[in-house]
Design a protein around this ligand. Structure first.
Ligand code: PNS
Length: 157
């Protein structure tokens, strides 16, 4: 079964990668879908985010990457994907994901599967990493080398 792992990925973290690897072990094919949440201000534009995700998953045989241009549910229908996979770290993620999953199911009937975040990188967020990187801290434990270099370039280090 084909699954879609959607997100902003601003930038992709080891927490995201943990969810993608686990989704790829359950589903025969995973499409990592890079989207826009119009309420968010991004550090990386959508093409930069797509490039960093593509690099991060390049070794995963049954994973590919695409842009969401429009609604996630329309993207899933066009790709023939019957399930959306998202990671949840804590209760506030669950509240947000519950709302999105119910809306997406109302819109198109698509199901959402929620994976609990793994232990090691379970509570990191892209927004916290951006914030600490802006203030000079090292985020290399939480992201790939390519992402680390891209963030350092953005914050001018
Ligand atoms: O990083 P996020 O906020 O979890 O990513 C959210 C994203 C990009 C997956 C979501 O905003 C999305 O699906 N955008 C495409 C437009 C859409 O379908 N919006 C309605 C979803 S409820």
């Amino acid at each position: 079964m084909r699954a879609v792992c959607p997100g902003s990925f601003d930038p992709i973290t080891r927490g995201h990668l943990d969810i993608i690897v686990r989704a790829a072990s359950v589903f025969s094919e995973v499409i990592v879908a890079v989207g826009r949440n119009t309420t968010k201000n991004y550090m990386f534009d959508v093409h930069e985010r797509l490039g960093l995700v593509t690099d991060a998953v390049s070794e995963m045989a049954n994973v590919r990457v695409a842009l969401i241009d429009g609604l996630l549910v329309d993207f899933c229908a066009a790709q023939g994907a019957k399930v959306i996979v998202k990671g949840v770290r804590f209760g506030s993620d669950f509240d947000y994901e519950l709302q999105m999953s119910q809306l997406n199911r109302q819109l198109s009937g698509i199901e959402t599967a929620l994976l609990p975040a793994g232990r090691e990188f379970g509570t990191i967020s892209s927004s916290m990493l951006r914030e600490v990187a802006h203030n000079g801290a090292d985020i290399s434990a939480f992201v790939t080398d390519a992402v680390n270099r891209a963030v350092l370039a953005k914050v001018g280090r």
